[in-house]
Design a protein. Structure first.
Length: 419
């Protein structure tokens, strides 16, 4: 049986219990023809007198870390203004479509691409096409406010919004703002940050907290979550996740670590979110089977609350979204920052939890044998030491749980009311 209880704070319970289905997606005919819904008209102006008509647009995508907070805010908007639609001006990547489909959200992919000197002509062509398409979508859906979530999609969308006179709220999600956010901040009506951030000149210094979607909050106690995932209810559980796109180095390291530490895993099981595709997951299942370790391996878990709720310990990347979900669900964690960022800026996301004694951090050396020292030593200590996990859990429970998504929703609705 688990040594720690995963009881959420009252704020976390409130978030979990406010679940709302987002707006139904428009029909394929509507998407292709540009037909409008709910009284929307061309030019960003509605004929309806209802203050809650029209739509809020969310600009961002390309990873779950950009989509998840948008879904969280859209859920709160649906609760406070049921007639106000939420439209996601996202990337063309499959992860965006998949997550938004699961959330029942309106998705409008933008043909933008990441900046590239090697493919400069393609970038410019796609940028202009995305700006044009964003303009069309804002008119079709009567979008009255844009929430910019970062990433390469946001810049053409924000420029289109400014040309139409649509206000923009920038919500920075990382301790080290990306290039897109630094560009958008001078053009935004409001500049918010989920975390303490550098290089945001117009931010007021108030960190709101990270918006967490309902499905990322544990819906039940640990044994019940484990049973729903096909795990043994009473066995200690290690959650391994490389976030929405997986992590090849962690996929290689953890089965190798398990094979070298069979005694350590005698009372543990693994829930491994592999990313990638079914072949990657199948390979990992075989690796764990050969190591003699009980494991459930899936490519992606939409109901992340079940995964966090099942876990006694997590090994995870340190994206802002992952850090926020660890904190919200009070899960002791070893954070492994994404190693391909030159400045390792994910370290800054996790550092406050590490400093508070609520988590540990280890560096990914991109080689399973080197990682036995850098990650393995930290992971082994926490798996073997229930007291250390309990101390981390207590530190997490002591942290205030704020519904940042609702705070952003309230700001957006207040802005709309006064225009």
């Amino acid at each position: 049986m688990s040594e720690v209880s995963h009881s959420d704070s009252q704020d976390a319970l409130n978030i979990k219990n406010q679940s709302h289905v987002l707006h139904a997606r428009p029909s394929r005919d509507a998407n292709q023809s540009g037909a409008t819904q709910g009284g929307a008209t061309q030019g960003g102006v509605s004929n309806s007198g209802d203050d809650n008509s029209g739509a809020v647009g969310f600009a961002g995508g390309g990873s779950g870390g950009h989509i998840s907070p948008g879904i969280a805010i859209a859920e709160r908007l649906a609760a406070r203004a049921p007639h106000m639609k939420s439209v996601f001006l996202c990337s063309t990547r499959a992860i965006d479509a998949d997550m938004l489909r699961q959330a029942g959200a309106i998705a409008q992919p933008m043909p933008a691409s990441p900046p590239s000197l090697k493919h400069a002509l393609k970038f410019v062509r796609n940028f202009l096409a995305a700006k044009k398409r964003a303009t069309q979508v804002m008119r079709e859906y009567d979008i009255r406010h844009i929430v910019s979530l970062g990433g390469f999609v946001t810049v053409p969308v924000v420029l289109a919004a400014k040309k139409l006179g649509i206000p923009v709220t920038l919500l920075n999600l990382d301790a080290t703002p990306g290039k897109a956010n630094r560009f958008v901040q001078s053009r935004a009506t409001h500049v918010l940050s989920a975390v303490v951030a550098n290089d945001l000149a117009r931010w007021d210094g108030n960190a709101l907290g990270f918006p967490v979607r309902h499905s990322a909050v544990a819906p039940a106690n640990a044994p019940q979550c484990r049973e729903q995932l096909g795990l043994e209810a009473a066995r200690f559980t290690l959650l391994v996740t490389g976030a929405s796109q997986g992590a090849a180095s962690l996929n290689q390291f953890v089965p190798h670590f398990a094979a070298r530490n069979k005694d350590l895993f005698a009372n543990w099981q693994v829930l491994h979110l592999a990313g990638g595709n079914a072949l990657d997951a199948a390979q990992l299942r075989g690796d764990y089977a050969r190591a003699g370790v009980k494991a459930v391996v899936v490519a992606f878990q939409h109901q992340m609350g079940l995964a966090w709720g099942a876990a006694d310990l997590a090994l995870t990347r340190a994206g802002a979204n992952s850090v926020a979900e660890v904190e919200m669900n009070n899960v002791p964690a070893v954070f492994v920052p994404y190693p391909f960022h030159r400045d390792l800026h994910q370290k800054a996301n996790a550092q406050p939890l590490v400093d508070a004694g609520a988590a540990a951090m280890a560096l990914d050396k991109l080689d399973r044998d080197f990682n036995m020292q850098s990650i393995g030593v930290v992971l082994e200590k926490l798996m073997a030491d229930g007291g250390a996990r309990n101390a981390m859990h207590a530190a997490l429970v002591a942290m205030p749980k704020r519904d940042a998504a609702d705070r952003v929703a309230q700001l957006v609705l207040a802005d709309l009311k006064h225009r």
